[in-house]
Design a binder for this molecule. Sequence first.
Ligand code: ZN
Length: 343
Amino acid sequence: MRRILIAIVALAFLGIIAYGMFGMGGSSGAGGMLRSDVSVNDPSAPAITVRDLDVGQGDATYIHNGDSRVLIDGGPDARRMGVLLDSLGLNNKTMDVVILTHQHSDHYTGLLPLFDSRRHIRIRYFFEDKDPAAASTLARLRDSIVSRVQSDSLQYRSTDDPCGDGEAMCTITLRGGALMHIMRPLPAPAKPNNRSVAVKLVGADSASFTMWIAGDAEHAAIAHFEAAGYAANPGMKVDVLKADHHGSCNGVTPRYLELTQPTWAVASLGAVNDYGHMHQQAKAEYRDAGVKWYRTDQNGTVTIQSPGLPGSGYTITPSRPGTDLNGPSDRRASARGCSGSES
Ligand SMILES: [Zn+2]
């Protein structure tokens, strides 16, 4: 605990002296500071906005803090994400961090338009597992990334070594002061869902706002998060949990909810999907743990905002009202490991 506190204080200090900069360091907090090319509009603006974007059956989370922009996954549809990039005003802007949680098309296809040269979007860091894959769309995305490495100094990082320093965890200080911890996933070989990287977002302090995002991590990956010590550092208790794997029953366990203790879960999915998401068992587990949920298929884009001041709290606002809603595809899953809980 003391080590964490020291690291946080050190990072905060670096944040103050590195006015308008963007910091990255291993779990020791000893990373290099990198100069931003972005003109800083209001370096003291600490507000945090997280949007779980309504992208259909897939995931896309956009984070804005100070003048830092982060996109975690891009959803299944390049055209839809293109419209969102337009409406979020991201053309001609710099994306500080883009994270592909794992190599499935409902997470990466929507990242393609980021590299459309007409959009003039600069990307500074791109994280993904870099596991070999046959999919041609992923190959196209990777070609675009590599070409930016050569032409525009994009840093291309493996989630297995997120800071490039051998540490399991990489902490990024966003320009509004929020911290983002990127944690090494379950090692290869594991199926793609279980290679999902975990990301924890921490506001001005852990009493203002925290969120846990772990792509499509299933039970084995969820067990890994605890085994790897992430419950102690950076800590897994959060205000908002991005529901793993679109509200699948294999994306939640009672133990996971005990460790994360979220007030809210946000599931990202399409109303009509072939997987039965959200699964009845998953909803039962959230309900049993007292966790309320929003879901993008019924609520639309879900926006979380925090003033970013110590102890300032947060608001969570769906585009369409209603909590703990059901969807037309929701069904009970028969998968092994999902039978323990009845709806
Ligand atoms: Zn998915």
